[in-house]
Design a protein around this ligand. Structure first.
Ligand SMILES: Cc1ncc(C[n+]2csc(CCOP(=O)(O)OP(=O)(O)O)c2C)c(N)n1
Ligand SMILES: [Mg+2]
Length: 364
C-alpha cells in the first residue's frame, strides 16, 4: 500500500488474523495465543450456541407479533462473543442493534433485549447495570458516546476501556469519523470494533468504501488497525484483548475490522433475496462459525456429547424463559418519553405530553 512520504504510522495487514482455519484446524498464526483454559473454550462455545438459539426465538417472537422488529445476528456469533469475552466486565460497551451475542456474553437478560425490540423509548436502559449502553438505531452515534465515556474514564483516572460496536455501513457516517479522530487525538481508551458483515441493508461493502479495507482507515487517524477473521472466536478474543490492554495501559485507541457475514436478512422487515445471490450465501454459510469452532474443540478433545447436551438443555430453558417473559408483556409507559428527559418537565414537553395523551385517547 502506498503511504505518504515520511509517514511513520502503523501498517495494516490485509490478511485477517486467524487462529482457527475454516476446516476447524489451528492455523500457523503465532503472534497471538489460542491457549485459553478449557473452561473458557467451552464457555465461548456455550455462548455461541445459546446466542444462535435465542436469535431464532427472537425471530419467531417477531413473526408472532410480539416484537415490533428484530435484527438477527446469525453468522456473527464468533465476532460478537469473542470480542465481548476478551474484555473486563467493567469495560463499557456501546452497541449498535445487532449485538445479541454481546448482550448474552455480558449476562444481560434476553427479555430486556426483547423489551427494547417491543419499542421501549430507551432501547434498553437496564443494560447499563451490566456496563452496556442501550441499543443505538441511529447509525454510528454510539461511537461518539463511546469516545465521550472513554474521555470521562481517562479524567476520572479509571482503568476501564470503552468499545464502540459499529457496522461496515456505519464507517461512512460523519459521527464515526469524528469519534475516531477525537479518540486518536486525545489517546482515549476506546476500541472501535467494526463488524464488517458485508452489507448495510442492501448496500454491499464495495459501494461503502474505496479503502483497501475498513481497518486501513485507522492509518488516517493515526491508530493501529487490525483485520480479524470475524468467524473465528479465538482470533476475535485475542485481538480484542490486545487492543483493550493497549487502551488500558495508555496506548490509545484501535480500530478492529472483524470480517464476517450477516447470514439472515437485515431485519425481519427485509428480503435479502432481492439484492444478494444464493451463491454468496452458500459461500458464507460454509464458513459458519459454530460448526467450525465445534470441529476445533473436537480435535482438541474438549468437545463432548455431554457438553452438547448441557448446552442444548440450557438453550431450551432460556428460550422458554424469553418466550414466557415476552408473550403478552405490558406495553411501555408512553409517559416516560417525557418524564425521563429532565428532572423537572419543561412547559414545552408538558404540552407535547398532553397532546399525545389526547391523540391516544381519540384512537382508543
Ligand atoms: C443515521 C441513520 N441513517 C440511516 C439509517 C437507516 N439504516 C438502518 S440500518 C442501516 C445500515 C447499517 O449498516 P451497518 O452499519 O453495516 O450495520 P448492519 O445492519 O449491517 O449490522 C441504515 C442505513 C439509520 N438507522 N440511521
Ligand atoms: Mg453491515
Amino acid at each position: 500500500m502506498g503511504q505518504l512520504p515520511g509517514f511513520t504510522g502503523p501498517e495494516v495487514a490485509l490478511d485477517p488474523v486467524q487462529l482457527i482455519g475454516p476446516d476447524g484446524a489451528p492455523t500457523t498464526e503465532n503472534r497471538y495465543s489460542r491457549d485459553l483454559p478449557e473452561e473458557t473454550l467451552c464457555w465461548l462455545y456455550e455462548l455461541m450456541v445459546l446466542t444462535r438459539e435465542l436469535d431464532t426465538e427472537f425471530v419467531n417472537l417477531q413473526r408472532q407479533g410480539e416484537l415490533g422488529l428484530y435484527a438477527s445476528c446469525r453468522g456473527q456469533e464468533a465476532a460478537q462473543i469473542g470480542a465481548a469475552a476478551g474484555l473486563r466486565k467493567t469495560d463499557w460497551l456501546f452497541p449498535q442493534y445487532r449485538e445479541l451475542g454481546v448482550f448474552v456474553t455480558r449476562g444481560i437478560p434476553p427479555w430486556h433485549v426483547a423489551s427494547a425490540w417491543r419499542g421501549t423509548w430507551n432501547g434498553g436502559l437496564e443494560f447499563t447495570a451490566k456496563c452496556c449502553a442501550p441499543i443505538s438505531v441511529p447509525i454510528g452515534t454510539q461511537a461518539l458516546h463511546a469516545v465521550g465515556a472513554a474521555m470521562a474514564a481517562q479524567r476520572l483516572d479509571e482503568d476501564s476501556v470503552t468499545v464502540a460496536f459499529v457496522g461496515d455501513g456505519a464507517t461512512s457516517e460523519g459521527d464515526v469519523h469524528e469519534a475516531l479522530n477525537f479518540a486518536a487525538v486525545f489517546a482515549t481508551p476506546c476500541v472501535f470494533y467494526v463488524q464488517n458483515n458485508q452489507w448495510a441493508i442492501s448496500v454491499p461493502l464495495r459501494k461503502q468504501t474505496a479503502a483497501p479495507s475498513l481497518a486501513h482507515k485507522a492509518i488516517g487517524y493515526g491508530m493501529p488497525g487490525i483485520r480479524v477473521d470475524g468467524n473465528d472466536p479465538l482470533a476475535c478474543y485475542a485481538v480484542m484483548a490486545e487492543a483493550a490492554e493497549r487502551a488500558r495501559s495508555g496506548g490509545g485507541p484501535s480500530l478492529i475490522e472483524a470480517v464476517t457475514y450477516r447470514l439472515g436478512p437485515h431485519t425481519t422487515s427485509d428480503d435479502p433475496t432481492r439484492y444478494r445471490s444464493g451463491a454468496e450465501l452458500e459461500h458464507w454459510a460454509a464458513l459458519d462459525p459454530i460448526p467450525r469452532y465445534r470441529t476445533y474443540l473436537r480435535n482438541l478433545g474438549v468437545w463432548s456429547q455431554r457438553l452438547e447436551d448441557r448446552v442444548a438443555a440450557r438453550a431450551k430453558r432460556v428460550r422458554t424463559e424469553l418466550r414466557d417473559a415476552t408473550v403478552g408483556a405490558a406495553d411501555a409507559d408512553i409517559d416516560e418519553v417525557f418524564t425521563a428527559v429532565y428532572a423537572d418537565i419543561t412547559p414545552e414537553l408538558q404540552q407535547q405530553r398532553e397532546a399525545l395523551r389526547a391523540e391516544l385517547a381519540r384512537e382508543r
